[in-house]
Design a protein around this ligand. Sequence first.
Ligand code: DHB
Length: 396
Amino acid sequence: MKTYRYPQTLLASASAALVAGTLALAPGLVLAQANTVKIGVILPMTGPSASTGRQIDAAIKLWVAQNGNKAGGKTVEVIIKDDAGVADTTRRLAQELVVNDKVVALAGFGLTPLALASAPIATQSKTPMVVMAAATSAITEASPYILRTSFTLPQAAVSIADWAAKNKIKRVVTLVADYGPGNDAEKYFYERFRLNGGQVLDKLRTPLRGADFAPVLQKVRDAAPDALFVFLPSGQGAAFMKQYAERGLDKAGIKLIATGDVTDDDQLGDMGDVALGVVNAHHYSAAHDSPANKKFVDAFQAANKFRPNFMAVGGYDGMRLLYTGLNTSKGAGGDALLAAMKGQLFESPRGPVLIDAQTRDIVQDIYIRKVERVNGQLYNIEFDTLKQVKDPGKLK
Ligand code: DHB
């Protein structure tokens, strides 16, 4: 109610009119409410994961600029809130968006703990929740109302483990951020690489908020593996690469392999030569060669002074999922919107994707890429494609 700031008397007469069944007499307020659906987006716009917020915010604005603000016969209002990457704040904002703003859907969720903190609110209020960024496998199991348009770490980790084993890499050290997606990356890389006959010499972890990689990099140098496998969340790749080069690891004959979070398009342009040749697995590259991606990247770059990364694509596709869902549900939320979003199949800038109706998770192509310089700028250049990869975390 406070969103509209109508005088109490007007609100009172509006509800009296509704009760009396004299809807025709109700003021414009009631009609305006009935014709508007709100989507509540919670993002880390400030704090250590601000690049995730900035990318997804820009992608949502691009989607609305290209597709208008109508879906399912209603006017769509997108409300964007900043949680600064703090889970208690995400939960409070989710609660407020559901209770006060009466959103038909929640979306965003820049980190795994933020998505998990909000899952019970989605369940209790039967509000569909579109996870556009967070990537721990188990998130979609935290609520039957969660759908995901980002990716899962097992999708990327298993794919690079297969590539490594086939490319003369026998001894690996793993290095991951010490929280949900890092645990997934470590576990799925380890299991798949060993299944392929590889050896994991050490499993190293760094604190989620830590930007000092010196202690672990020394251990890597001492272990002298054929390759170091790395997962760090979006936003940490540039700092890691800098320290990797400073310690001379790029010259020590230890190959760097990674999930694409480390060679993130948001930062890759500024990483310098140390990133050249890094082989990694992921679902999106700004250099992905398709008409749909060219259109997306050109429009995104025309509207912003930066390249879209995989977070932007998760946000853009999340909006598509919501708009298509609202068109089918004729603007209704709750179970109708959830059902309308399950099983959607579409061409994303990343390639063909499916929102699996059973798991509500994304099934997508995973690309093996190498960092190369193209027209003076660093890009992840895809050279192999694993078709329609389901989350390996759901196959157990
Ligand atoms: C998560 C966050 C990231 O920035 C990323 O690149 C992968 C996963 C997460 O918290 O789930």
